[in-house]
Design a protein around this ligand. Structure first.
Ligand code: ADP
Length: 264
């Protein structure tokens, strides 16, 4: 069914019609900095004057509220609508973390519930007119990224985050083909934690062999968006809830992140 007279579907299409670009940030596995990259992409775009929505669909470990110092905030919930939580004039945020009473609580929902929830987060949240909706997905190629891409439709583009090590790169290969199989396109690959910014001398040193993401991008015929060094300030700003791009844009790492958003 094309859902022409399904009111839910009409509502979804109306919401999607007001969002210009949909970016789904994914990774083959956890701990590669996907949430950090997704959050900083959203912040950087908003600082560039774009209207941005950031949607955290990681139902098992939503980290966006912490990264943006929004923990404990509550979206305003009305009749079948939710207002996203504003981070700034240009950036509004929705995360399951806002709805969970306690962040230590294990979420053990089954696939269909998660799928319904993601759809609701897109359809029932009053995003308004957006230049970008950036979605932070849980790692892997499971229910959440699938349902996110299907809900957002074929114009949504995947951004895949990896680290330089070989294992991570293999996982990414899977993510790239997954996006294609769902019928969407990969906007590009980001190699995170690529080289180390020395806190003493400021130079970038390679720890693991860098360039895996770039090789893979070439091989898969997708764009390489750039590499972001391992920078202690990235972790610190995440822990403190001041996203890196808000405070350290004029650094080697900040410029690397700017480069990543340039093709968006
Ligand atoms: P994921 O979403 O892939 O699980 P996170 O974004 O939560 O990963 O990042 C995992 C950890 O690595 C966090 O503590 C984060 O601060 C840190 N981190 C991410 N990217 C960088 C980076 N470029 N430099 C230093 N630390 C980073």
């Amino acid at each position: 069914a094309n859902g022409c007279d399904n009111p839910e579907e009409i509502k979804l299409q109306k919401t999607l019609g007001r969002i210009k670009h949909k970016i789904v940030v994914m990774s083959g596995k956890g701990g590669v900095g996907k949430s950090t990259v997704a959050t900083n992409i959203a912040v950087a775009l908003s600082l560039a004057g774009k209207k941005v929505g950031l949607l955290d669909v990681d139902v098992h470990g939503p980290s966006v509220p912490r990264l943006l110092s929004l923990k404990g905030k509550q979206p305003h919930i009305g009749d079948e609508i939710m207002e996203p939580v504003p981070w700034s004039k240009n950036l509004s945020v929705m995360s399951l973390g806002f709805l969970l009473p306690d962040d230590r609580q294990a979420v053990i929902w089954r696939g269909p519930v998660k799928i319904g929830l993601i759809k609701q987060f897109v359809q029932d949240v009053m995003w308004g007119e957006l230049d970008y909706l950036v979605v932070d997905c849980p790692p892997g190629t499971g229910d959440e990224p699938l349902s996110t891409l299907q809900t957002l439709g074929p114009t949504a583009m995947g951004v895949i985050v990896t680290t330089p090590q070989g294992v991570a790169v293999d996982d990414v290969r899977r993510s790239v083909s997954f996006v294609g199989e769902v019928g969407n396109r990969v906007l590009g690959i980001v190699e995170n934690m690529s080289g180390f910014v020395c806190p003493d001398c400021g130079a970038v040193h390679d720890i693991f062999k860098s360039g895996g993401g770039e090789e893979l991008a070439k091989e898969a015929g997708v764009r390489f968006l750039g590499r972001i060094p391992l920078d202690p300030e990235v972790a610190t700003s995440g822990d403190e809830g001041f996203p890196f791009m808000k405070v350290h844009r004029d650094t080697i790492t900040g410029k690397a992140m700017e480069k990543v958003i340039a093709p968006m």
